[in-house]
Design a protein around this ligand. Sequence first.
Ligand code: PLP
Length: 394
Amino acid sequence: MKTLYFDNNATTRVAPEVLEAMLPYLKDFYGNPSSMHAFGGQVAVRVREAREQVAALLGAQPDEIVFTSCGTESDNAAIRSALLQAPEKRHIVTSRVEHPAVKALCADLALRGYRVTELPVDSEGRLDLDQYRKSLTPDTAIVSLMWANNETGVVFPVVEAAQIARERGVLFHTDAVQAVGKIPIDLSKTAIDMLSLSGHKLHAPKGIGALYLRRGTKFSPFLIGGHQEKGRRGGTENTPGIVALGKACELAAENLEIENTLVRRLRDRLENRILSLVPNTRVNGDRFNRLPNTTNISFEFVEGEAILLMMNEYGICASSGSACTSGSLQPSHVLRSMGVPYTMAHGSIRFSLSIYNTEEEVDFVLEKVPPIIETLRGLSPFWKENAKVCQKTG
Ligand code: PLP
């Protein structure tokens, strides 16, 4: 069975060009870039090139890029460093809809005596900049706001937020794991001090990420060890991963236009057709200020997990906005923060596309999803109970 992959915010396929670029560094060029000999030296040259490729995608300088193992490490490194650099400050500003890489870390820091302000979002998942401005105090050590939300794709005004933070003398970090490669980013024109990205979200393999550290930003390393990464991250470099990330960033820059035209058009086709073919559906999140590849659609009175299982029968991969891992089948914190009604939040599905999706694949999903929802609603006592009202409001 063919896999129809609509789960690119979870992870992406490794681009063939990326695989090709990294393979020699797994096979032949296995030298340590820190070694004195030429065999290691040639790897060091490639690491330098990769750093330039990552920097170019971000509008940054190569020496502002620190390679890490993933987005989570970059987030942890940024926030912990800011706190270590200003030990007298005990306040963190973040949002309610962050990825656990930031949210769970801040919850842990709160247990250790830090005051954490989690800014709310409105029903469209948007941040209120006035409320944000008011949340900053002389005690604030760091602001950490995501550039784009992984579940809804909603884009936060981080450029404006970073400027406000700078005016108040507060460090600004953004988790841009979902934004990099999908929307244009030019850090040279912003006041952002630190930015996290992750290779596996942009067609590089898992296990490689990067942290952008604006020149002059004081930094305490998260991994203390060797002198690698100019002492900013100990540990022998993941050279195949670094080469892969460099290539992936180069490709992402080339494909940015496609993301914002073809991918956006495919996403819109999928979204608009589902909304018109299936009654009692809605899109979660601000449709006008969103990543071009993401749609989060709620199907009222159906469980997201059941939809995923039935789509899986056809090889369609997506994600749901509720998680049964806790046994309670709670809607996600993102949808709850947006106040998405209970019956809608439970039946939410995130489709996230990439440049590798085709119109045929979208049409296949459009052929399969409406009957899946009809079947599941046929089994739902809530749907039957509410059918009349539903049809009226549909
Ligand atoms: N931040 C966001 C917004 C994400 O979507 C993810 C992964 O889903 C992460 C951080 C964590 O990235 P990684 O899986 O590379 O640790």
